[in-house]
Design a protein around this ligand. Structure first.
Ligand code: FAD
Length: 291
């Protein structure tokens, strides 16, 4: 199943991002997330490739194969340019294709922890568009890319940021998933810029439940994502109670999705952080997405 085709045919989608666990407790969380969130029959599930995870490529592949062999879900691996050069990336893509994987999220990737700025391996790619081009030239994949409603932190300005998105589309990407955002106006303004560049690929809204707030604050700061005053205040008012913080985060995510639905948005991707209970509680209140 090619994601871009399903998106266009169905006109709506629900999908989940899972991350690759680092220990036994994490494995249990992932198993639970696959089992519980799988019941919502998502269009696809995506599996991260993080340079902070030892043996990141093999770890991602292991989860992808597990999902493919043991569930009815459509797994989409994230593939980054951090560790592999062009010929290694080609081999990986051919290997994924041989495994029956039809969808790839083509990313430049986050640099190694503490590495500072991104530095490609010798013979590697500096930008995701080169990986998009490679995957498209190999063929057989629907190729997704990352986009940033508030602009990527390294982009000089929003116009240039959108020009680079256009380059990824021209290189062959056929759908995109946004970075998280907590203020929908950033997403609506981004969609205006998308339209002004005549970009026609489906754009999936990336939704991150704001819990635990300490991690979300850290992520937001690192990724240049605005955490609006009202969100931070509501979360802080919840105090140290995990239960109260979850309740607030769930309520905020429901309100965010309701507003998106009200404004005609139909493609939703949840950054689950493998916290399935929170995502289930959000989705149980959003029948327009799940029915
Ligand atoms: P690119 O599109 O290459 O952009 C990187 C920077 O280069 C941007 O500032 C862009 O404006 C600039 N740029 C692009 N083209 C040019 C050009 N021609 N000339 C000059 N500058 C240019 N990271 C991971 O490590 N693992 C993951 O699994 C992962 N999953 C993600 C999933 C989603 C949905 C999103 C939104 C992000 C994800 N990331 C992940 C984070 C992502 O890898 C980082 O944000 C990374 O810094 C940029 O990746 P990119 O693919 O957007 O890169």
């Amino acid at each position: 199943m090619k994601i871009h085709k399903t998106l266009k045919q169905e006109g709506r989608s629900l999908s989940f991002e899972f991350f690759v666990p680092r220990d036994g407790q994490g494995e249990a969380g992932l198993d639970k997330a696959i089992a519980t969130l799988g019941k919502f029959q998502p269009t696809f599930v995506s599996i991260t490739q993080q340079s902070s995870v030892p043996n990141s490529l093999e770890s991602t592949k292991r989860v992808v194969i597990y999902i493919k062999d043991n569930t009815l879900l459509e797994p989409m691996p994230h593939l980054t340019c951090v560790e592999q050069n062009e010929s290694q990336l080609r081999e990986t893509l051919e290997n994924y294709r041989a495994l029956g994987i039809e969808n790839i999220l083509a990313l430049r990737g986050d640099p190694y922890p503490k590495a500072g700025e991104f530095c490609p391996p010798a013979g590697g790619f500096r930008h995701a568009k080169s990986l998009v081009k490679l995957a498209s030239s190999i063929g057989g994949f629907s190729v997704g890319v990352a986009v940033y409603p508030e602009g990527h932190t390294e982009s000089p300005n929003l116009d240039m940021d959108m020009s680079y998105v256009k380059e990824k589309v021209d290189a062959g990407s056929d759908f995109a998933i946004t970075q998280m955002f907590f203020q929908n106006s950033y997403f609506y303004d981004f969609m205006e810029r998308v339209r002004s560049k005549n970009i026609k690929i489906p754009i999936i809204a990336g939704i991150m439940p704001a819990v635990p707030i300490s991690r979300v604050k850290r992520f937001s700061q690192r990724c240049g994502v605005t955490l609006p005053e009202n969100v931070a205040r509501s979360m802080e008012q919840a105090g140290n109670s995990k239960e109260d913080a979850e309740k607030v985060a769930i309520e905020l995510a429901i309100r965010q999705c309701e507003d998106l639905l009200h404004n005609g948005i139909r493609y939703f991707h949840f950054f689950t952080m493998n916290q399935s209970d929170v995502v289930v509680k959000i989705l149980n209140n959003l029948s327009a997405i799940t029915d």
